[in-house]
Every structure is written in C-alpha cells, then in structure tokens.
Design a binder for this molecule. Sequence first.
Ligand code: DAH
Length: 357
Amino acid sequence: MSASSSLAALEQGLLADIAAAADLAGLDAVRVAALGKKGSISAEMAKLGQLPAEERKGFGQAVNQVKEKVAAALEARKAALESAALAERLASERADVTLPVRPGPEAEGRIHPVSQVLDECIEIFASMGFEVAEGPDIETDEMNFGKLNIPAEHPARQEHDTFYFGTRPDGSRLLLRTHTSPVQIRTMQSRKPPIRIIAPGRVYRCDSDQTHTPMFHQIEGLVIDETTHMGHLKWVLEEFCKAFFEVDEVKMRFRASHFPFTEPSMEVDIGAEAIGKPGRWLEILGCGMVHPNVLRNCGLDPDKYQGFAFGMGLDRLTMLKYGIPDLRAFFAADLRWLRHYGFSVLDVPTLGGGLSS
Ligand code: DAH
C-alpha cells in the first residue's frame, strides 16, 4: 500500500472510531490511541526521519492534514457528547418547583414541654411587669433555709430531703437548692424595692417516683414595695392562671397553709374544669405575704416594706396543661416522647399570637 493510501485508511479508521465513541471516556481513548505519544498518528510522524529528503515535505504535510482533521473531529464529537450528557442530566434532574418545601433541621427539632411552659410563664409575667431573676443551683444552707426563716432545727429542713455537700471550714454547708426561694433573698439583698421578679430554675430533692424526680423546676415570684397587699397577690395569680390555661374563667381556692417565709401563707388550688376535668381541685402553688423576719434578714424595714411571694412547680404545671402523665419521662431523653409532646421551634409563645399554638 502506498504511503498516501495507508494514511487515508488511517484517517478513515480514526474518523469512524470517533463517530462510534459512545461517551466521553470512549472518545478520550480514541484520542490517546491517535494523538498520544504512542498513538498511530504520532507513529506516522516518527517515520519522517527515515524518508528520503524529497519525500519528507509532502508526507509531513499529508500527516499534518490527517492530524488536523482527526483533532477537529475529536473536538466536534466531544462537544456533541458533552451537550448530550448535559441534556440527559437536565432531563433526569429536573426540579419540580411545585413540590412543598422540605422541612429543614430547624423543623425537626422540638422544644421540650418544660421549656415551652417556662417561656409561656415568662411571657405572662413579663406582661405584668415582672423581670426574670436568677440564682445558683448550689446554695448555702443559710440562703436556702436560714435567711428564709427556717432555723437549724426547723422541721421544714427534714421535709426538703436535701442533697448536702461537705461542711466548709467556716462551718457553712453547701447544698443543691431545694426550692427557688433563695433567689428572693439574693434579690432583696442586691437591690432596693420596688421589686417585682420571677425566678425560674432547677431545684433538687432526694425523692423519686411517678410524680417526683430528684431534679425538677420551680418558678418563684416576689413583689416588694410599700403598699402591695394580698388582694394584689390574688389578682396576679388569677390573671396568671387564666392566661396560662388559656381560659376566660378559672375557679381558684386559697387554702390557709404554713410556710416559714410567709405570713399568712396559702396554698392555691384550681378547679380542674380549666383543664377539662370538672369536679376536682388541683393544687398548683404556695404563696403568702413575705414574713417580716425575711425582710429583716435582707436588711429591709418590715414597718416600711411589704409584699408577696409565690412558688410553683413548672413540671407539674406542664403535666396539668398538656395532659402528660409521668414526670420521669420528662428527663428520659426519649426522642419519641419529645416528638409527641414537644413544640415547634418556630412557635414562640406570645400573649398576642397564642401561648400554645
Ligand atoms: N418554696 C416552697 C416550696 O418549695 C414554695 C413556696 C411557697 C414559695 C410559698 C413561696 C411561697 O415563695 O410564698 O415548697
């Protein structure tokens, strides 16, 4: 075969291979086989050196023409294959913009019912002008009991099932606070009346059954000024209950009781029709007028200042409002429970927009 007819055959073969390449990888294999270092066109080029001088120019030009044609064909086929691949992707990955938005991780998360109820309480009391105050979970014996008019041998100390730490060199004892009432003391010691605060937080008692866990939550309230009386206390609690249980009327019963830090003291029950159980009373909180000794212990003159305090269990309020039967499940970190009883992250409770919806 003459040199020119073998070049023509090479060209035809390569052009056929290019046309037959089904995808980009196949096409690249053809390119390497033709133009690569050991490719068929490169092999033709290498023959130039052995040719007599007069044939070199013609043969060189002929090989170059083949090379250019093949390169152009490769280029064209590549563009065709690429646009076919793109068209196929566009067809298979078509986005249906009419589909509903997929919920993101923020919609997967749930607000724990106790956090929800805490937010609801803060919203209600804030609307009445209460500020949120805080105190530490680890307290001294003196703050948790002494300053609250519960002296060393007082039986109330036994009732509280306290978790104690060791005794410090100065004789004071550290403990996990058994109620949020020490925040009353801290607040009265650190600022002047008028005072109007709520203090939510964790409290601890060595107790565990279906309605008791060693850690639970309370919310304390304290109002101190020169004129606040028990009528104000009753009004605040009634307004709170109506707003919290999201009802227009709520039946309340104030029962005489005893707490060392209030005088007089009361326990408050609500008529359970507010939560759909008519005919029953449910205890929801303790309250009273702040005891003169407590005011004195905080450096306030009981002849000048007076006010009220209350304390309630947040977990209990949560169980009542949302019909959750077992307190222990609150702290079991069971995702199925949280998905069932939890609240959407985006539903922030507000009085205007609804507390629980
Ligand atoms: N600290 C009390 C308890 O844990 C609850 C309580 C009762 C708080 C009466 C008060 C109050 O502020 O006035 O059992």
